[in-house]
Design a protein around this ligand. Sequence first.
Ligand code: 13P
Length: 247
Amino acid sequence: MAPRPLIAGNWKMNMDLAGSEALAKDLLGAVGAAAKFEMTVCPPAPYLAAVLGVLEGSMISVGGQDCHQNASGAHTGDVSAAMLADLGCAYVIVGHSERRADHAESDAVVLAKAEAARANDLIPIVCVGETEAERDAGRTLDVVGTQIRGSVPEGLTGETLVVAYEPVWAIGTGRTPTTDDVAAVHAHIRSVLAEKTGDAANVRLLYGGSVKPANATELMAVNNVNGALVGGASLKAGDFLAIARST
Ligand code: 13P
């Protein structure tokens, strides 16, 4: 049986305090019991506590957008996995391509972040994906396989690991891979994950990159796609819920 889909909203560096609370309330009011899918939202760090306050005790969990790999110390501006866990977060995104690009995060750093997440009982959402140049060079499976081998900890399970495939060229562009391409990459990810865990079949593999209500049904139906990591469309409650309901 395929694992229960996870719909994750990555709010990135958007929203303000009032807007974050309002969006969380709108989601809460409309989501219903929703046993078919699991939902999580990842607000900017300054708004985590407020969003957690709104969503406490609900079926919508909350995640961080990043964590530092170290437990504590002199890392100005960074947030530790322990801090996210202390607040009540369940997930943390690590290795998003915007972090890999803006902060020069290597696979080794992403691996350390995912391990820090696990040490604090957070579920890491490990992101991988090729650039447009890598895709044009026919290197997608190679690049994604190398990222998985380098950034996913050993021995995690379907309960303790989520992987997101986000082609860099599809993020925020309105462009998406064909469903055949998504199927090929997700199948490859699952086979490489089997080198890391005996539970690869149960690890949720999310697709991310320009997911919208209009394309969600088709993308969520692809083999080995177990949910979505949604950026822009997660900032509108109606769109995010429509995507969730398409799973
Ligand atoms: P968009 O949905 O805005 O393309 O962003 C995808 C993404 O990067 C989610 O992490």
